[in-house]
Design a protein. Structure first.
Length: 333
């Protein structure tokens, strides 16, 4: 057994104790009738933005301030160190410190998902163990992509199986082709869904047919599908997704939780009306203006956004005005 696997095994908690469902939470729509997931991911998770000081150091006091406000919103949990957390720009030490900070501030009934995907399997296992030690409940593991031409279905299955075997906490797959240029193949998802320590996938590709097929093909497994964007949240729920990890939740957390509940209670007309008002703001803080746009919008709603780390550049005055107009035109400002 490799050293990293031995370390993970020594840290592995009793999974049944970790696999807790949210108190009173509705059954995830991807769960087969009559069964419950052992570890409910049903609900909304904001992928936290990492606040930086003007000197581009992690500002933990500002992070705690944002977390105090998020604690008043009925999120299922939070994601630290996702794409919106500027994960590639943080040193390993900073990543662990961010997760520790979030865990200390987060109510115990809220799940903490932590990004731990690296380019090598060994590094991913080591960082996943560190995330578990820092207090993460679940590891969110993005696809390795630097050598994307070599990332075949077989290679990715082997990578995630090794991580799942060694991880002391459950693992959620993370497919974000806009950033990686790599879609986790359907065959890999179906195979990996059978692993007892791989409990779901965050899919940010926006292909609803693909998401529906994943729900269908994994329906016999203890596996949940999470929408990776607020722009297609309603459609994802309609095909059986359990919840959403949505950048826009950093800004409009209450409306997204409202949309979640409208879908769960079958109030589809109200859900559709609300979804329509979220599409343009979501596009503005994701593919249009990215993290600088997200951080600027956070400031208008009482959160600390602050600067990004270089080489991400701030928005121009014209871009700021365009972003504000998008939120105003949909009734949010």
């Amino acid at each position: 057994m490799a050293l990293s696997a031995r370390l993970a095994a020594s840290l592995r908690p009793a999974l049944p104790a970790l696999h807790r469902a949210a108190p009173g939470h509705c059954r995830g729509l991807s769960t087969p009738q009559g069964s419950e997931p052992s570890f409910s991911l049903g609900g909304i998770f904001p992928p936290l933005a990492t606040p930086f000081s003007p000197a581009q150091e992690v500002d933990y006091a500002r992070l705690e301030g944002n977390l105090r406000r998020y604690a008043r919103i009925p999120f299922r949990g939070l994601v630290a160190l996702g794409s919106n957390g500027e994960y590639p720009y943080l040193a390993s030490r900073e990543k662990v410190e961010v997760v520790s900070c979030v865990r200390r501030a987060l109510p115990r009934d809220r799940l903490l998902l932590a990004g731990s995907g690296c380019e090598s399997t060994q590094a991913t296992i080591e960082l996943t163990v560190s995330m578990a030690e820092a207090g993460a409940d679940v590891a969110l593991v993005v696809t390795p992509c630097y050598y994307r031409g070599a990332m075949t279905t077989a290679a990715l299955i082997h990578h995630y199986t090794e991580v799942g075997d060694a991880s002391p906490i459950p693992v959620v797959l993370y497919s974000v082709p806009a950033n990686t240029g790599l879609d986790l193949p359907m065959e890999a998802v179906i195979t990996l869904a059978q692993h007892p320590n791989i409990i779901g996938i965050k899919d940010s590709g926006g292909d609803i047919t693909r998401m529906g097929l994943m729900v269908h093909k994994t329906r016999q497994e203890d596996f949940q599908v999470l929408a990776g964007s607020a722009g297609f949240l309603l459609a994802s729920y309609a095909v059986g997704a359990s919840g959403g990890v949505c950048a826009l939740a950093n800004v409009l957390g209450d409306p997204l939780c409202q949309l979640d509940q409208l879908c769960r209670t079958g109030r589809w007309q109200e859900a559709r009306d609300l979804q329509h008002r979220l599409i343009e703001p979501n596009a503005a803080v994701t593919r249009r203006f990215g993290i600088p746009g997200l951080k600027k919008a956070m400031e208008w709603f009482g959160y600390y956004g602050g600067p990004c780390r270089a080489p991400l550049a701030p928005l121009s005055p014209a871009q700021v005005e365009e972003l504000r107009s998008t939120f105003s035109a949909n009734g949010w400002l």
